[in-house]
Each structure stands twice: as C-alpha cells, then as structure tokens.
Ligand binder design. Sequence first.
Ligand code: DGT
Ligand code: CA
Ligand code: ZN
Length: 582
Amino acid sequence: MKNQEIARIFNEIADRLEIKGENLFRIRAYRRAALNVEGLPKNIEDVPEKELVKVPGIGRDLAGKIHEYLTSGKIQAYEELKNEMPKELLTLLSVPSLGPKTAKLLYDTLHVESLDELERLASEHKLAGLPGIKEKTEENILKGLATLKRGKERRPLGRVLPLAEDILGYLRKHAPVNNIDIAGSLRRRKDTIKDIDLLATSDRPAEAMKVFTRHPEVKEILAQGPTKSSIIINADLQVDLRVVPRESYGAALVYFTGSKAHNIRLREMAIRMGMKINEYGISRESDNRKLGGEREDDIYRILGLSYIPPELREDLGEIEAAAEGDLPHLVMPGDLKGDLHVHSKWSDGGNTFEQLVEAARELGYSYIAITDHSRGLAVAHGLTVERLMEQKREIQALNKKLRGFRILHGTEMDIRSDGRLDFPDSALRELDIVVASLHSGFRQSVQQLTYRMVSAMKNPYVSIVAHPTGRLIGERDAYELDMDEIFRVAGETGTALEINASPFRLDLNDISVRRAKEMGVAIVISTDTHATDQFGLMDYGVSVARRGWLEKKDILNTLPTDLLLKKLKPQSRRQAPAQSHR
Ligand code: DGT
Ligand code: CA
Ligand code: ZN
C-alpha cells in the first residue's frame, strides 16, 4: 500500500520544513495529513482524485501532491526540498530531544554526520559549550539516542497489529490451514512488539509454507521448512509461521504466546504436581501419559487454574489469582459507551459534529465529548472563550435534535508551563466535561511537572487528565513525574486519568493503569480522535486496560450518560444541592 510511503514522505517534508524554520501551521498540516493517510482504512490508490480532499486534513494542495505521487512516483516540491539540505541533517533531527536549531548547529560547526558520531561526542562531553548547549543537553541527547534505538528494535502495537491481521487474512484465504492464530507479545497486546509469531495447523504444511513465503510483502525469506518458516516483510519486520499437529495446538499456543516468565511459572507448577508441559502438551511424569494439549484451556484446567486471558500472562500475579479463582473479569471492547476525547473542525480535527455523531452512533455509542483545544495551543487552532461559548450554543442546538445520543461539551484545556490553566473557572463552569493536558515544557523538573498536573487536578472543574505521562512510543519518553503523587491527588480529588488509545501514545500504560486502580483512581479510555476513522483505535486502549487488570466497573465511559455525569468531576454540579457523600 502506498499509504505508508506517502505518510513517510509527508513526515519528512515536515521535518525539512522544520529545519528551515518554516511556518508552524504548514509543518503541522503535513504531519496531520501523514497521520490521516497512514490511518486511512482503505488503500489510497483506490480513492478517486476528486475524493482525496474529503480525507480529513487533506486540502487541495496536499491532494494534488498525493495525486502527483500516485501518477508520477514523485513529488516535485519534495525533490526540491531534498536538494536544499543534506540527508545527514535529517538523521540528526530524528533524535527525539534534538531540535532543528541544535541539529543545524552541530552539523555546521562540528560536521556531525551520523548518530554514532553524535553519541561519541555527547558521551565525551564535546558538545557542551557550544552556543545553547549545556551538560543537561548532552544528557538529553544520549537519552534520546537510547529511545531511538529501542524504537527501532520494537515497534508500536498499532503499527504491527494491522500488518499481522493482513497476513493472517491472506493465509486464511490462500493457504491450506485449519487453525491459525497470532501468538507472542502481539497476542498479549504488549504496547511494543519485536516480531510477529503465527501458529497454525494444516494437512498440507509444505504447501501452507509455500503460500506464506510468497506473500506479496515478503522482502527476504530467512527460513522455509515444513514446521517453521521465517520471512522479513517490507516493513522490516520478521514474521514466523509455525505449523504444529492438531493435537498439540493448544499447548503450542500457550507456549508461543508466552510470556516466557509466565511459561516458566506454569512449568514449575506442573513439575510440583508430577506433570510436564511443553509445546506438545501436558503429560504425567510417571508414565509419560498425555493428559491434554489440543485446546489451550486443557493446560490451565489440568493445572487447576481458570483460563488466563493472554493480556495477563506476564507472571505478575495472574497465576496466583487463577489458582484462587480470583481473576478479574476484564473489560471488553463492547463495554464502552462513548468517547470522551474528540476533536472537531473547530480546532485541529477533520470533521463536523454531525459527522462525528454519525460515526459514533455506528459504533453503538450513546455519547461523545467534543474536546477541542484551548486558546493557548495556537498551532492546533485552540478556541478562545468566545468561540467556546459559540460552540456550546451549537452543541445545545444539535443535542435538541438528537434522540438517544448526547454530545457532551468539553475542552482539552492546556495546562500552561507555570501550572496555570488556559481557561478561567467562569468558562469551565459552562462545560459538561473538562479534559486537561500538557503540551509544553516537557523537560521541566520532576517537581515542576508534577506541580502542574497536581494544580490542574485540584481545580474543581477538571474532570480528566489526558495522556498523563506524555510518552510517544519510540519517540519520546514519559515526562519525569512523581506518579504516586499524581495517583494520590487524582484519587483524592476524584479526577479521572485517561488511557489515551492512540497507538503511538497508549498513555497511561499497562503498569501505571494497574497502580492507578490500586490507588482508587477512576480511569477513562479515549481515542483523542481527530478524524472519524480514528474512533476505531479504542480497542488499543481497551488492550491497555485489560493488561492493567481493569474491569468494566473501573472505567467511567462504560457507564450510561446519566451515571457518567454523576461520577465525573465536578459531581456537585450535577447532584442535588445538598451534597451527600455515599
Ligand atoms: P517480543 O517478540 O519480544 O515482542 O516478545 P515475545 O513474547 O513474542 O517473545 P518471542 O517472540 O521471543 O517468543 C514468543 C514466545 O515463545 C514467548 O512469549 C514465549 C515463547 N518462548 C520463546 N523462547 C522461550 C524460552 O526460552 N522458554 C520458554 N518457556 N518460552 C519461550
Ligand atoms: Ca514475538
Ligand atoms: Zn487531544
């Protein structure tokens, strides 16, 4: 598909414009277009030229560039930009903490041309002393380089899962397989993935493998045998397919789903019970008699455990809980009743309220919260108080026409660098829901960053803090925050924390979610949708919640509208005047 290629080019154009110091709006337009083209649920080559402008974030200019690429294989403006500056400069800019100014400075003065060289110079303290570069800058560069390396080894779940499902669909259609499933970390829905592990049964394994190694995306065949084949696909990702006997399928699925730590615990448990588990089945030690292994559940049942969902298989207490019959009833995608973080055309989203409502209704939702950016975030066309009130009137009018659905009026309000909020209480009071988040000053001290979050949560109108740690998977680490303090204040003030379902964020992450729950913090799962087709990202957020042991009752947007509004801060606004604390 050309979608990813175009997205890559648009991102590179944005990078190059950034080095040139061009207009921020233009740069952002390219980045947004890249995101939307990549996330487009269909092949961009199938979109007729005239329809391209209907893709959110694609105006006439960018539609023209896409058409140019699809017809000629080139974009003139991009070729010109490429000639204007060396590629090495761009390499430097790929380091998360390195801005365009610093990148240019390093290139011009020290002629740094590679990341290895940059790493050497930074670790030898050869950079500090250049204009604007302090010791702390060197530290940040080294951290950024480490993040970058990790990002190359492991990809975000959201990049890998669609590729895996594509290959799975292809094999189901073209290869002689009976069962076939995704295993490994992907089945456990870890937030980052090293490779794709597939498991199948087949009556004609050799032929199944032949079909596999002829997938149109194959770049290299690493191995091809009747029980295991490995390929590298064009996205530079390894895919392994194993074919196992039908009577071992369940045992193999447990084995290759992992995690390794979980498997080791199961094996130890089996040994204590006089049994043996491997990828072929579970058997009695004394006479080697096979007790089961065709179905996954066999293994757990015979060990006296309830079935453990793949997302929990990390040896983080799930085996003990399964032994006690104490596993959580994990939240499921169908439990969600609405999305509480949605952008419209009023700020940097691509759709009208009507389009958003229609898409949300199709998913079976009862509500969405419109949370456009606030005035401080000019690059995202943040709303002034006047515009916010205008928006409120429009939403009220639309709500009168809707049956069985409600648009909640909200904001994604910027928490400023000094901890002050971007809107006064007099404006916040007018809203159904207030989502607050940080968009600047990520490199402040732990104290300052924590202070900003805490002061936002202490505001009586702030209902939710969005993408609390600010991480961008493989690109930017979480800010340095005192998370326990954040959870404590969230619990105390009744402020909910968001699991941002955007697959490049997944923020809070699984571990934080579990900790938040233990500390009595309410959670919401939201997509931060900027275009209607992004509503579907909710499932990634649900995966994080499941990995964090959350049940339906732990998540506020599983509630119907009236109960949701009762639970969301500020509760006082919606309850009878005499507050009862029950
Ligand atoms: P990844 O690929 O790093 O994202 O994570 P996984 O969990 O998919 O790891 P991978 O691909 O190396 O192996 C797939 C599964 O195979 C793993 O979750 C458990 C199982 N496995 C691999 N090596 C071993 C091993 O040495 N011992 C045991 N018990 N299981 C293993
Ligand atoms: Ca794997
Ligand atoms: Zn947002």
